[in-house]
Write a protein that binds this ligand. Structure first.
Ligand code: 5AD
Ligand code: SF4
Length: 397
């Protein structure tokens, strides 16, 4: 979502005569798009902003914009700590970013620049913003606001434009992406519609919520090979008690049913897990470890619980840092080999590779693969996995 939001904001800067650079020294403007989901993410954004003090001093005409979720949470008071900051643009303001630039008086409309050459096969299309859940640890609903679904007509227009620009993989985006709906239309219908757009070879989506893994969705997947066989489905915990206290809306049993249904349909599943939620006992933690053993995720991103001001869980008593560290270490040790074993399990399987370079691409289940022959970027190659080198599939083609 942040990549897509950054692209959207950058497009308005391109229209005002800016061109992207990787080199801060030659930049006239820095746009920092931020995350606040954990304290650590916000901290990194703020310390980066602090380091720009010197950069701005070197040339006071340089412009600094602080955007996204941390900007939403901290607001204009940021300018007290960082008086050299020019603009603050919260995550909820993304639709008004152009007006904000114009109002600031810092920019002059110039001839639009041609965007830099396309580097990837993946185009991002936002389909909904915000979240109607109230997970007790999570700050997202307060910084992003309630769910707003974009109309299907607009989504299809965006997907068509991206496909015409050569992006053959479309990633649909939203905080709870599979909660998308419109009168008479479901997320499954939208997946089918987007995959039918001319030039679209593959559709992915991020991040789904387990609750919306419905029979309707599973049916769409069965009938539509363009829907990628990989899902990043955050489970957060393997203990029903903790899941209830997190207000996730599902039990371990319901979760396992959904995960099994996805596995049966050939999905590789990656996930997010939080350790050290305030009420997580040793037995609860063991439940999470056993879930990881049972499901064979292809990857798991593991986080220490981080209290976020204003969320219900932030009122609960925290574990000492030592316990958080211990649990995270144990879990990280368990998930360490997941990717390698998921790659090894691919040997002998048929795969469809969407080429991202003449000899490399990703399979439908999101594994990197290298072909023997060369192919045009953006096309799909049907072949079979012969062997594996670490985290790279080698194919028979
Ligand atoms: N502490 C730790 N991890 C969190 N996440 C969300 N909120 C918190 C928090 N307060 C994790 C969840 C989510 C991912 C994006 O960040 O696992 O899926
Ligand atoms: Fe946060 Fe829960 Fe919404 Fe995900 S579903 S964004 S974890 S409140």
């Amino acid at each position: 979502m942040n990549i897509a939001d950054s692209e959207e904001m950058a497009a308005h800067l391109l229209e005002r005569g800016y061109v992207p650079t990787e080199n801060l020294d030659e930049a006239d403007l820095a746009l920092i798009n931020t995350c606040t989901v954990r304290d650590h993410a916000e901290h990194r954004a703020l310390s980066f902003l602090g380091r720009l003090r010197k950069w701005k001093r070197e040339n006071p005409a340089r412009i600094i914009i602080f955007a996204g979720c941390a900007a939403q949470r901290l607001g204009e008071k940021l300018k007290k700590t960082f008086p050299f900051l020019d603009l603050v643009s919260g995550a909820k303001d993304i639709d008004q970013f152009a007006q904000l630039l114009d109002k600031s008086g810092l920019f002059h409309a110039e001839k639009a620049q041609t965007p830099a050459g396309q580097k990837s096969v993946t185009g991002y299309v936002t389909i909904m913003r915000g979240c109607d859940f109230k997970c007790s640890y999570c700050i997202v609903p307060s910084v992003r606001g309630p769910v707003q679904c974009l109309p299907s007509a607009e989504i299809l227009k965006n997907a068509t434009q991206k496909a015409a620009q050569g992006y053959s993989e479309i990633v649909l985006l939203g905080q709870t992406v599979n909660a998308w709906k419109e009168d008479g239309k479901t997320f499954a219908d939208l997946l089918n519609d987007v995959s039918a757009v001319k030039g679209v070879e593959r559709v992915r989506f991020v991040s789904p919520h387990p609750i919306f893994i419905t029979p309707d969705f599973l049916k769409a997947v069965e009938n539509n090979p363009k829907i990628a066989r990989h899902i990043h489905l955050p489970v957060q915990s393997g203990s029903t008690k903790v899941l209830q206290e997190m207000k996730r809306g599902y039990t371990r049993e319901i979760l396992l049913e959904k995960l099994d249904a996805l596995k049966e349909r050939g999905f590789a599943i990656s996930t997010d897990i939080i350790v050290g939620f305030p009420t997580e006992t040793e037995a609860d933690f063991q439940q999470t470890l056993s879930l990881v053993d049972r499901v064979h995720f292809s990857a798991a991103y593991c986080f220490k619980y981080s209290p976020r001001q204003g969320t219900p869980a932030a009122e609960m008593t925290l574990f000492p840092e030592k316990i958080l560290e211990e649990r995270l270490d144990i879990l990280l040790n368990k998930v360490k080999g997941l990717a390698e074993s998921a790659y090894r399990a691919q040997i002998g399987k048929p795969v469809q590779i969407l080429m991202e370079s003449p000899t490399k691409g990703r399979t439908s289940d999101n594994f990197w693969a290298q072909t023997c022959q060369t192919y045009p970027v953006g096309t799909v190659v049907n072949t079979e996995v012969l062997s594996v080198e670490d985290t790279l599939l080698l194919t028979r083609d």
